[in-house]
Design a protein around this ligand. Structure first.
Ligand SMILES: Nc1nc2c(ncn2[C@@H]2O[C@H](COP(=O)(O)OP(=O)(O)OP(=O)(O)O)[C@@H](O)[C@H]2O)c(=O)[nH]1
Ligand SMILES: [Mg+2]
Length: 276
């Protein structure tokens, strides 16, 4: 269950920060997670609407995104994988493309209807700060030409998308193939990390009364509280300003604050893999 307050300081304590540099901790925690997943021959899924930041977040969780040579990717058409090479190639993490497409359905079917178990799901949301690319952006701009309306539209879309995911999770669970946990990664928090907006995001995604809480609470009741648990955590990866039409929102966190949030999420994943 999510705990308030959401802040860099509380998450740093939860992540058990040590004297090691955050970058080293990110790399070592990621390695530990991937090794455990590999030994189990299961996998982790990353889901969420297009432009919410799934590919970039996974690159930062693995440490790749922290390199000065890293450049942000374009829209993902096919599913992406983080793999480990041992005697055979094993997928440790699958990122489902966000844009509605046959590739997306195929990826979801493979994950939740395939032979291998899905250990857990990281579902990414971004409080309406969705990066739109190409034609669809121009079409939407005509209807939602101010940022607040655009964000509201995107937040509703996130709820619809989430309900679809829940059906996949339920059906996979019925076949005994997991997932046993779901983490709601409330992403791009660097764009709304001030008091009122952050509290608003907490209420929307994590507090009783919000639609996400209702969906997840119901899901927990139907799957069995001992077989499934969830949490919601704020996070961010690429600290970029957000521009919608004429309006801009500045990124307001520093790299070391961002790294603490990444570690908070990594720790939450690590704890769940260790427990399940
Ligand atoms: N401010 C801010 N911007 C971010 C963050 N993460 C990603 N972005 C921006 O969001 C854009 C989209 O991120 P992606 O990771 O490509 O999105 P995606 O969810 O993989 O999208 P699809 O591949 O279309 O499914 C990036 O190009 C960045 O500009 C973040 O934490 N904060
Ligand atoms: Mg992508």
């Amino acid at each position: 269950m999510p705990v308030e307050p959401w802040s860099v300081a509380t998450l740093a304590v939860r992540a058990g920060m040590t004297a090691y540099s955050e970058r080293q901790q990110i790399a070592s925690t990621w390695h530990r997670i991937i090794t455990k997943i590999m030994h189990r021959q299961s996998s982790i899924a990353i889901t969420g609407v297009g432009g919410v930041g799934k590919t970039v977040l996974s690159d930062y969780l693995s440490g790749e995104g922290l390199s000065i040579h890293y450049s942000t990717p374009g829209r993902s058409v096919n599913q992406e994988r983080k793999e480990l090479y041992s005697s055979k190639r094993l997928t440790a993490l699958t990122i489902v493309p966000g844009q509605v497409s046959p590739q997306k359905d195929k990826s979801l079917d493979e994950l939740f209807d395939g032979r291998r178990r899905v250990d857990g799901v990281i579902h990414v949301v971004s409080n309406g700060f969705i990066t739109l690319r190409e034609q669809d952006a121009r079409e939407l701009a005509q209807e939602h030409n101010d940022l607040e309306r655009f964000r509201e539209f995107q937040r509703n879309k996130e709820v619809e998308e989430f309900k679809e995911l829940i059906s996949y999770v339920k059906s996979s669970h019925r076949k005994g193939k997991g997932p046993s946990w779901l983490l709601l990664a409330v992403n791009k928090v660097d764009l709304y990390y001030e008091d009122t907006s952050l509290k608003g995001a907490y209420r929307h995604y994590a507090a009783p009364g919000g639609q996400f809480f209702a969906c997840l609470d119901q899901l927990g009741a139907s799957l069995g509280r001992t077989d499934f648990e969830w949490d919601a955590l704020p996070v961010c990866a690429s600290l970029s300003d957000f521009i919608w039409e004429e309006e801009g929102v500045q990124s307001m966190l520093l790299p070391d604050q961002r790294n603490k949030l990444l570690l908070g999420l990594l720790k939450a994943i690590d704890d769940r893999i260790s427990a399940s």
